[in-house]
Design a protein around this ligand. Structure first.
Ligand code: SF4
Length: 66
C-alpha cells in the first residue's frame, strides 16, 4: 500500500493553491470542519480500507495497493 501525488503536476499545483487559500481545508468541500482538513477523513478511511485503490476526492493523492 502506498500513496503518491497525482501524476499531473498542474492538478497538484491547483489543489495545493486551493488548500492554501482555504487554510488547509479541502478545496473540494464547502464545510470548514475538522473532518475536511487535508488529509480528510474520507481519504484516511480509504487509506485504511484494504480494498480501496484510487484518487482522493480532489484527485491530489492516489492510493495504490502494491
Ligand atoms: S486528501 Fe484529497 S480530498 Fe481529502 S482533503 Fe486532501 S485534497 Fe481534499
Amino acid at each position: 500500500m502506498g500513496i503518491r501525488l497525482n501524476e499531473d503536476k498542474e492538478i497538484v499545483a491547483t489543489i495545493r493553491e486551493g488548500l492554501k487559500a482555504k487554510g488547509g481545508y479541502c478545496p473540494c468541500r464547502l464545510q470548514r470542519i475538522e473532518d475536511n482538513k487535508c488529509i480528510c477523513k474520507e481519504f484516511r478511511e480509504q487509506m485504511a480500507d484494504p480494498n480501496f485503490e484510487g484518487y482522493c476526492h480532489c484527485r491530489l493523492y492516489y492510493k495504490f495497493k502494491d
